[in-house]
Design a protein around this ligand. Structure first.
Ligand SMILES: [Zn+2]
Ligand SMILES: [Zn+2]
Length: 338
């Protein structure tokens, strides 16, 4: 069988490896069907993901079919499954607080251990969620990215009637948008790229702001009659957008941060105290797969056509290069398996 492995900075090979053998711990063999390429996979390839170790088979947005089972399990051969990438220790403080996504000893599939960009992989059934076999793989490959949207909106305690600002209309911003749309909220989205904003509008954004032409703070003030947005999510993740996300928040507002940037931002205490803001991080997801799968099976994301580019496993290198060269064209690229 074949696998796409990052072997060094900007070095990806598609190589032959042994098919895994099942045991008690890794009791399910999955035949991979589709794997989404995510910004974090690209960071691993470019050597800019400080959390990852190489060599590494990347891929954490993974759907496949149960091919073989070891011992007793709830799953059956032929079941369609999506991978839950996080494997927490169950013993640290975060785990005791029911927040395994920030476990001190967290192992993420495709980051800290080999992921899904291979024809078969073995994994414990705890990390697999069954999905309706009638759901297309092209759709179910979006489940993991949508869990990121589910996490960000829940971390922001998004409520019916809220006004939400999402900075950034890339794949993460769009997944947040689609998840937020499940509630009765007014959604403003900002970006520098008009075509991304046009797509966000098609996907249900109420108001778009092109920050190349307009000032975000004054636009938000106009739209909200000076109140600011109740939930402010930064999916651009640079110091400037973090600063803005605080300045546009309303009294009693929530600010959600998803970035890993290590550059300091210029943040003052005044708006935080005056408005009693809640500023929270949002990383990966906690227990969000079940609700995302249910919503997808109920047709909530039928018109979410995020996948714009598809490649074969043998073209993995080309796929990554293509995204680097044409970031404006690619919303989500995926790797197809037989
Ligand atoms: Zn991802
Ligand atoms: Zn833990």
């Amino acid at each position: 069988m074949k696998a796409a492995r990052v072997i060094g900075q900007n070095e990806l090979t598609v190589e032959k490896i042994k098919k895994p053998i099942l045991d008690k711990e890794k009791n399910i063999l999955v035949k991979t069907k589709k794997v989404g390429i995510c910004g974090s996979d690209r960071h691993i390839l470019h050597g800019t993901n400080p959390l990852a170790t190489i060599p590494r088979i990347v891929g954490h947005e993974v759907v496949g079919v149960v091919d073989e089972i070891y011992g007793d399990t709830q799953l059956n051969i032929g079941d369609h499954v999506v991978v839950e990438p996080i494997r927490p220790c169950g013993e640290c403080y975060a785990c005791s607080q029911n927040r395994p996504n920030v476990c001190k000893n967290l192992v993420v599939f495709g980051v800290h251990e080999d992921g899904g960009m291979r024809e078969y992989f073995s994994i414990n059934e705890k990390q697999l969620h069954k999905v309706d076999n009638n759901l297309s793989f092209e759709k179910s490959v979006l489940i993991e990215p949508l869990t990121i949207g589910a996490q960000a909106t829940s971390r922001g305690n998004l409520q019916d009637g809220d006004t939400l600002l999402i900075q950034g209309a890339g794949p993460i911003g769009l997944c947040i948008l689609r998840y937020a749309k499940l509630k009765d909220v007014k959604i403003i989205i900002s970006d520098l790229d008009q075509s991304r904003l046009d797509y966000a509008k098609e996907q249900g954004a109420d108001i778009t702001i092109n920050v190349k032409e307009k000032d975000l703070i004054s636009e938000v003030n106009k739209i909200t009659n000076g109140e600011g947005v109740n939930v402010s999510i930064d999916a651009v993740c640079i110091p400037k957008t973090f600063e803005l996300s605080i300045l546009v928040a309303s009294a009693a507002g929530r600010v959600v941060v998803l970035g890993f940037d290590e550059q300091p931002a210029n943040i003052v205490q005044m708006p935080i105290t005056k408005n009693e803001l809640t500023i929270v991080g949002s990383r990966l997801q906690t227990y969000k797969f079940t609700e995302v799968i249910k919503n997808m099976e109920n047709g909530k994301f039928d018109d979410f056509d995020l996948v714009t580019h598809q490649f074969e496993l043998s073209e993995a290198t080309k796929a990554f290069e293509y995204i680097d060269k044409h970031p404006e064209q690619v919303k989500k690229a995926i790797i197809n398996f037989n």
